[in-house]
Design a protein around this ligand. Sequence first.
Ligand code: ATP
Ligand code: MG
Length: 574
Amino acid sequence: MSENEKQESVHFIKEIVNDDLASGKNDGRVATRFPPEPNGYLHIGHAKSICLNFGLAAEYGGTCNLRFDDTNPSTEDVEYVESIMQDVRWLGFDWEDRLHYASDYFEDLYRFAVGLIEKGKAYVDSQSDEEIAAQRGDFYHKGKESPHRDRPARESLDLFGRMRAGEFEDGEHVLRAKIDMSSGNMNMRDPIMYRIRHAAHHRTGDEWCIYPMYDFAHGESDAIEKITHSICTLEFEGHRPLYDWYVREIGFDQPPRQIEFARLNLTYTVLSKRKLLQLVDEDLVQGWDDPRMPSISGLRRRGYTPESIRAFCDRIGVAKRDNVVDVSLLEHCLREHLNDTSPRAMGVLRPLKVVIENFPEDEVIWFDCPNHPEDPSMGTRKVPLSREILVERDDFREEAPKKWFRLSPDREVRLRYACLITCRDFVKDDSGEVVELRCTWDPDSRGGSAPDGRKVRGTLHWVSAAHAVPATVRLYDRLFLQENPMEAEDFKSTINPDSLEVLEGCRVEPSLAGTEAGSRCQFERLGYFCTDAKDSRGDALVFNRTASLRDTWAKIEKKMRSGSTSAPSSSRGS
Ligand code: ATP
Ligand code: MG
């Protein structure tokens, strides 16, 4: 752990909670919530918020609600509601009986709005959106008050009631809070509270034709649920005075406190539901759960574990300033967990036939191979060796440099777990491609060590040709070529055209026959893989490569420790 990470083990939000508990605020309760809008699938950025909110509740013996902020009928859908619940559960969190919807509060919110009108704190404005926007002013110019601002409360009450009753078209009237048109904070310039929207809602159907704006609904929903700490991302900092204004004017005792933290940004990754939706809609990926997507469902299908995502969220900590985290740290956390938990296996992606000339035709030797090099509790499996085997095409070179420790004429290598073989010759097809190797084995090297103690440095993975099981393997690479795709004029222009390579005709060891979809393993020397949750069947295996074995983060960290490079996450604006 670096100094940075140690300091963050009590991050600023915990300090706030500690202070509140010490002063007896909220009767010592800690209540948080995770408030997604059901207009897309969750992504790794949301995981940070989920871990933070559910994590705080768990740490302080409090509660965390799942609340759908479903105030915008036109972009929301039950498909998203269901995927979000599945993803939060998969990440390992439980909202128990605390599932809420902002739409459950529509009646309360309406009542609060009526209360504000009666108090003279809200009014119906009958101007168009364009007129209202034109009067808002900007940072340098005060806004202009609406001609309807001083409309008597009973007139606004009457209009608001008729807005609800459906007497008006979209856009004919809005309800606005009466705050301060000359405020330096634009959010306080009589913000809109309600709009007319003749649109069916995924939960309330046609019951409503007026819908509350996010700012009005959010704080009030928090207050209704007696949330103590309402944690959101930094872009809401400027909304906090409005948040406070609403809960104060409506008169909640123990109003919630909004706290902003820095959203997660990752290199080579786009984290915006709207942008991710574009990738899906324009068929640039194969759906929200495409294994190249940073969505939770995509990461899951890629083979990520919930443990690795939680470990990542822990390590990045919680900051007050925006920063960009190196995506290789996420991959590092993944590898750490997969290294401990993945059973090993052998598979050959681009097979090259090898005939072991002095191996008897009909003989098969079954080797007991450990499933994990360091964890005997993971058991063993049997792997067959026969006269014809397959090795990786890349593991042979006709002409090889001195330090080539793989196959080449007259070079000896170890077949993992099995024996030593020496390449004697090779066969080419008409096009000049090497299609077969002729080798011999040392029958006294069973298990893989030389009887005379001679040194054999290279160890290859392999499968027995007759026993191997066919498989399709999908190799994934980063979806974007540019470190910050959002810096490009069009983020889609930075998509990596080679982010998916599909290999047919791969061969894996027979112990994997019948593997269930969604199972993980490490193919020795190749990386971590999992059988695709949608497309893999026991008799037609499809593997996704979750991660290669190369850990670039480990290298960065090593360099950092030796002091030759600066902090791994480039900070902006701190
Ligand atoms: P996006 O910006 O991807 O469209 P959003 O903020 O519109 O996301 P919400 O459904 O409103 O999505 O988010 C639910 C919660 O997750 C909010 O509290 C939000 O602040 C938080 N959240 C969203 N993106 C991130 C992120 N990149 N890092 C941390 N928290 C995030
Ligand atoms: Mg949002």
